[in-house]
Ligand binder design. Structure first.
Ligand code: ASP
Length: 282
């Protein structure tokens, strides 16, 4: 049975000096996800592990290293979705959790809800045994620079044919306090649906929400390959919805699609037994 893990490290401008490190981190994230699959884990386990590894890397705008809002604060969003059950777990506007994707998974597994925000989400984290950390410990030195780091996401297919998606972000730099983007919104930041595929979007969240980009891309898989679906969704996103960003797409056969209308979108995925990575769409 084919397995696959495809990750992205955000759509945007990628400073020259950072390319190699960002690609190495994307490869490491795929490796973390694939290790879970090879150990018998599910697609959900794989996307959670892949995203957690990127959250822990200060190169990315997620978890440690999140971008700061206009008040100089960290407010993070994350989403995980199971393509088999359509179960969703998401959190938004949280400031004191090291790995938002872990908390999103707990929302999925341990509540009847799909999205918890702000203080209530943090209280739930503590109840679940996820430690609350001082917000300052999530601020990496480079978050204070103008130069970017970016949102992270992963899609995966496990040996049982199940699909999943996970997304994590600090949101757009300088956002208003309380602003929530596409990332924790199912259908916008991510969507997974067994029988079709999974997609994960990145870029300016408002445009992604207008286009419901991930849902749109997955629906295009009914008639298109993942690459064609990614390109068709991106074309609509850019032209009709005036959006800026990119997306990754995976189908139930493990085929990948990658498209962006920004200069760069680092990605990595499994090809045979090797992990390949690219800084921009081939
Ligand atoms: N989509 C994210 C947001 O708007 C940001 C990003 O993907 O870089 O919150």
């Amino acid at each position: 049975m084919t397995i696959q893990v495809l990750v992205h490290g955000g759509a945007g401008a990628l400073a020259r000096g950072r390319q190699e490190a960002v690609l190495a981190a994307c490869r490491a994230a795929v490796e973390a996800g694939v290790a879970r699959l090879r150990a018998g884990g599910s697609a959900l386990d794989a996307v959670e592990s892949a995203v957690q590894s990127l959250e822990d890397d200060p190169l990315f705008n997620a978890g440690y290293g999140s971008a700061l809002n206009r008040d100089g604060q960290v407010q993070m969003d994350a989403l995980i979705m199971d393509g088999q059950t359509f179960n969703i777990g998401a959190v938004a506007a949280i400031s004191r959790v090291k790995n938002p994707i872990r908390l999103a998974r707990r929302v999925m597994a341990a509540t009847p809800h799909h999205l918890l925000v702000a203080e209530g989400a943090e209280r739930f984290a503590a109840e679940q045994g996820i430690p609350l950390v001082p917000m300052e410990t999530l601020i990496a030195p480079q978050a204070l620079d103008a130069e970017g780091s970016d949102t992270v996401g992963a899609v995966a297919l496990d040996g049982e044919g199940n699909l999943a998606v996970a997304v994590s972000t600090g949101g757009v730099r300088g956002k208003l306090a309380g602003r929530v983007g596409d990332s924790p919104i199912a259908g916008a930041g991510g969507w997974a649906e067994n029988g079709l595929g999974a997609a994960c979007a990145t870029g300016v969240g408002e445009g992604i929400m207008r286009a419901l980009l991930s849902f749109r891309a997955v629906n295009l898989l009914a008639e298109h390959s993942p690459q064609a679906a990614a390109e068709a969704a991106l074309a609509l996103f850019g032209q009709k919805f005036k959006g800026e960003g990119g997306l990754i797409v995976l189908d139930g056969a493990g085929r990948v699609g990658i498209a962006h209308n920004t200069p760069f979108m680092p990605t990595a995925w499994l090809q045979g037994d090797a992990i390949v990575a690219q800084a921009r769409q081939a």
